[in-house]
Design a protein around this ligand. Structure first.
Ligand SMILES: *Cc1c(COP(=O)(O)O)cnc(C)c1O
Length: 428
């Protein structure tokens, strides 16, 4: 597939070709665990990584491979590894970089579940995260030490309406000789392509906009192929001999594809966070209409945010697409087609009014998800951000008086009317 095709073409065709066995036009769901080897030599070559092919679906599967290539192409990367969830993708992204005693610099403005994963769970591996306000580049530089192995941020941070200055963070990462990892879940490659701005790795929860209709969980890690893993001794998993493959060096052997091959041959093989072919099928169906949906998501979000901002029952709206947002100018540079469809607003009346609002809505669903065709709402402080301290909640943009919206692709007038009637009840 020519990489010169436009986004709308690539979201339908990249990675896919008519099925060689049957000519099936749609990508078949290869519902198989294993693949028959041509002969013993073929099997040995596959196990030695001397030939690329299918062995067992914990490692690779043809349906999942089409999705990986599609996402890599849309992001402008050289390869991608698909995983069972976005959180799996985050662990898989860090795994080749980290080891006991190593740390990452993580933005204070991340998805609540990611803050928990990074502040608590990764400690069990001997890894740690230093949370830093990534708008303060001096603070980011100061936090980097000899054990730092990556900087991690989100393009449009969920849920606070923050936009990361990806080019500036990429420069800091470059100067320190470490990769910048960008979670591009809430922007999608249609709104932002972090690799073009200097990111080394892009991670996704494909659960959200890429699938788009709330059917399956999944994740992906896209590699830019641009990082020199052998420039220092910091990344031995990629640059040093690998004992489990007779001393093979991934970077020397696979070049730009080193991270992707390591993700499959070591990451999926031993951590087993594999995406299944049914899941990949649903996400492939969703991705075909990504640009059409995102265009509508963004147009609706803008209308709803403008309406809310002018409503006296609302204290403030944090949408980077509004000129009142401190991130408005940056959003024009980082995601000029729109600031996504995910934002928060504060209800006059605080925690109690937020709870009443959520319970009074008809069209909106109260769910812990985002990026669905349906409009969704959640009161983060009592749910997704419940495990955080109030200080962390406020830092993450999830204060007790704030609700988060994920604006769907319904009629904008219906979305606004529903918020109007529920706000009336919540603030009565
Ligand atoms: C949902 C989400 C995740 C986690 O993804 P799962 O698929 O739920 O594991 C990570 N980052 C962001 C920005 C998300 O929205």
């Amino acid at each position: 597939m020519s990489k010169s095709y436009g986004f709308d073409t690539l979201q339908i065709h990249a990675g896919a070709r008519p099925d060689p066995a049957t000519g099936a036009r749609q990508t078949p769901i290869y519902q198989t665990t294993a693949y028959v080897f041509r002969d013993a030599d073929h099997a040995a070559a596959l196990f030695n990584l001397q030939e690329v092919g299918y062995i067992y679906s914990r490692l690779t599967n043809p349906t999942v491979a089409v999705l990986g290539e599609r996402i890599a192409t849309l992001e402008g990367g050289v390869g991608a590894v698909c995983c069972s969830s976005g959180h799996a993708a985050q662990i898989m992204a860090l795994f080749p970089l980290m080891g006991p005693g190593r740390n990452i610099i993580a933005s204070t403005r991340l998805y609540g579940g990611t803050i928990t994963q990074f502040s608590q769970t990764i400690k069990r591996f001997g890894w740690s995260a230093k949370f830093v306000d990534t708008d303060d580049l001096d603070a980011v530089k100061a936090a980097i030490d000899d054990d730092t192995r990556a900087i991690f941020c989100e393009t449009i941070a969920n849920p606070g309406g923050y936009v990361s200055d990806i080019p500036a963070l990429a420069k800091v990462a470059d100067a320190a000789g470490i990769p910048l990892i960008v979670d591009n879940t809430s922007a999608t490659p249609w709104l932002c392509r972090p690799i073009e701005m200097g990111a080394t790795l892009v991670v996704h929860s494909t659960t959200k906009y890429l699938t788009g209709n709330g059917t399956v969980t999944g994740g992906a890690i896209v590699d830019s192929g641009k990082f020199d893993w052998s420039a220092s001794a910091k990344f031995p998993s990629l640059s040093a001999p690998e004992p489990a493959y007779h001393g093979l060096r991934f970077h020397e052997t696979f070049g730009a594809l080193a991270f992707t091959f390591h993700g499959i041959a070591i990451g999926l093989r031993d951590l087993g966070m594999t995406m299944n072919p049914q899941g990949a099928h649903y996400t492939l169906m969703g991705i075909e209409t990504l640009s059409l949906r995102m265009e509508r998501h963004v147009a609706n979000a803008r209308k709803v945010a403008e309406w809310l901002e002018n409503d006296p029952r609302v204290e403030f709206v944090t949408y980077a697409g509004l000129p009142s947002s401190p991130y408005y100018e940056r959003a024009q540079k980082i995601c000029p087609k729109g600031a996504g469809a995910l934002f928060t607003f504060a209800v006059k009346g605080g925690y109690a009014a937020c709870v009443k609002l959520v319970d009074s809505l008809d069209l909106f669903s109260n769910v812990a998800n985002l990026g669905d065709t349906r409009s969704l709402i959640i009161h983060s402080a009592s749910t997704t951000h419940r495990q955080l301290t109030e200080e962390q909640q406020i830092a993450a943009g999830a204060a007790p008086n704030v609700v988060r919206l994920s604006i769907g692709i319904e009629d904008a007038d219906d979305i606004i009317a529903d918020l109007d009637q529920a706000l009336a009840k919540a603030t009565a």
